[in-house]
Design a protein around this ligand. Structure first.
Ligand code: RFL
Length: 393
């Protein structure tokens, strides 16, 4: 087969790129390692920032988000037995849209494959990239049904295959720099089949570790518990989990978390990486394949969408004879990536300082919180970063 662009990976990044290319009449093929059913159910992110929803809407990709998503206008810090509300919408003029990632993926697959007749191949095995720095690159894979290797000749490749994909590894050593940062903590990520017990997000800052609550739907609530790096989820019985959540989220006037079966229990190490530049030869990385942002500030999916919008725009311009967008692509993405990494690191200190066992870190974290709660201008600056801004950062 021949096509113009091969998109590897059908996550938020790859599907956004594919939809925009299809909308502009540019031929592409999407290759996805998992089945359609699997990617439409995989639980992950839950918040889309307003600028990203508006950008998707401009391409006709946010009808269902706008119709069905709840929006959040505030969140809560709890510490020292008290509740402190941060009215992010009033402070920033924007909101978070609560929309589970699998639903966004479902919508984007439907728009690309069902409505627009786009070519997407699920369950592909052993994906390999060829001649990425040559004139005629290609991507090959093993067909899941016939077991035969298929080769797709193309002009450009969008590497959107997430943190564990193969695209990044197609860049030879020394042509990109990978920068890592480890927050030194892990979060036990939980999904409870239980209603939320507060409006929106609650961060419980406690000397035994962070406890967080995130309203997802009337039936499902996400919780996080800070745990030691390398901790095993099996060490956390349901009783121990609810006990820790009650302690860490306790505050005067706040009801205890509503309990329910825990349908997901996984330990996530809080670390980040960034690949610079995000391009090599005819390969362009987008989303988690290029940068991983620990889910502390719920930024990963938003960055994936930002990259995808920039990449699609640059590819479309390229086919209209203007290559400047592709030349600037990496730099344009990395500006927002570094802003969001900086904000995640800032918030990480606020959330984890109290439990660090380090009096200096605990003291500076408490000072940040006092400034945030006591100064309108500090709160406005914070809210802009928390919700994310349309403007180039
Ligand atoms: P994805 O979504 O991982 O999609 C990559 C796709 O590529 C496929 N794939 C391959 N396909 C073909 N060949 C291969 N060799 C392949 N290898 C992999 C995969 O099956 C998959 O379908 O990457 P993308 O598109 O860059 O999107 C990034 C986001 O998924 C990610 O940043 C977020 O999920 C991060 N994240 C959160 N982000 C937010 O904005 N808000 C949140 O509240 C939030 N919470 C979270 C999160 C991530 C979490 N995990 C997974 C650590 C909560 C959790 C628990």
């Amino acid at each position: 087969t021949r096509t113009r662009v091969v998109v590897i990976g059908a996550g938020p990044a790859g599907l956004t790129v594919a939809n925009l290319l299809r909308g502009a009449g540019i031929d592409c093929v999407v290759l996805e390692a998992e089945s359609r059913e699997f990617i439409e159910r995989r639980p992950r992110a839950g918040f889309i920032e307003e600028w990203a929803v508006r950008a998707l809407a401009r391409h006709g990709l946010a009808d269902r988000v706008l119709e069905r998503a709840e929006t959040q206008a505030q969140f809560e810090f709890r510490f020292g037995g008290e509740r402190h509300l941060i009215r992010t919408a009033e402070l920033s003029g924007s909101r978070h849209f609560v929309y589970p990632q699998p639903q966004l993926v479902t919508d984007l697959v439907a728009a690309y494959a069902d409505a627009a007749g786009g070519d997407i191949r699920f369950g592909v095995r052993e994906v390999r990239l060829h001649d990425v720095d040559g004139e005629r690159p290609a991507v090959s894979y093993r067909d899941p049904v016939t077991g035969e290797r298929q080769r797709i000749e193309c002009e450009l490749i969008a590497g959107c295959d997430g943190a564990r994909g193969v695209s990044r590894a197609a860049i030879p050593a020394g042509r990109t720099v990978l920068t890592r940062h480890d927050h030194g903590v892990a979060w036990l990520a939980l999904l409870a089949a239980a209603p939320p017990s507060a409006e929106g997000v609650v961060f419980g800052i406690h000397e035994s570790g962070l406890g967080a609550h995130m309203a997802r739907s009337p039936e499902i609530t996400r919780y996080y518990l800070q745990v030691e790096p390398g901790e095993r989820a099996e060490n956390w019985s349901d009783a121990r989990i609810w006990d820790a959540l009650r302690t860490r989220l306790a505050a005067a006037g706040a009801p205890p978390p509503a309990e329910g079966p825990l349908v997901e229990k996984v330990v996530l190490d809080m670390h980040n990486y960034v690949v610079e530049p995000m391009a090599y030869g005819r390969l362009y990385l987008a989303g988690d394949s290029a940068h991983l942002v620990a889910p502390i500030a719920a930024k990963g999916m938003n960055l994936a969408i930002n990259d995808a919008l920039l990449l699609a725009q640059a590819l479309i311009a390229h086919y209209q004879g203007d290559g400047s967008g592709l030349a600037d692509y990496s730099q344009a993405c990395l500006r927002r990536v570094w802003q969001y990494l900086e904000f995640s690191q800032w918030l990480s200190e606020v959330l984890h300082g109290a439990s660090s066992g380090d009096r200096f870190r605990a003291g500076t974290a408490a000072a940040r919180l006092r400034r945030l709660l006591g100064s309108r201008s500090a709160a406005e600056a914070f809210a802009g970063l928390y919700i994310g801004e349309e403007a180039d950062l």
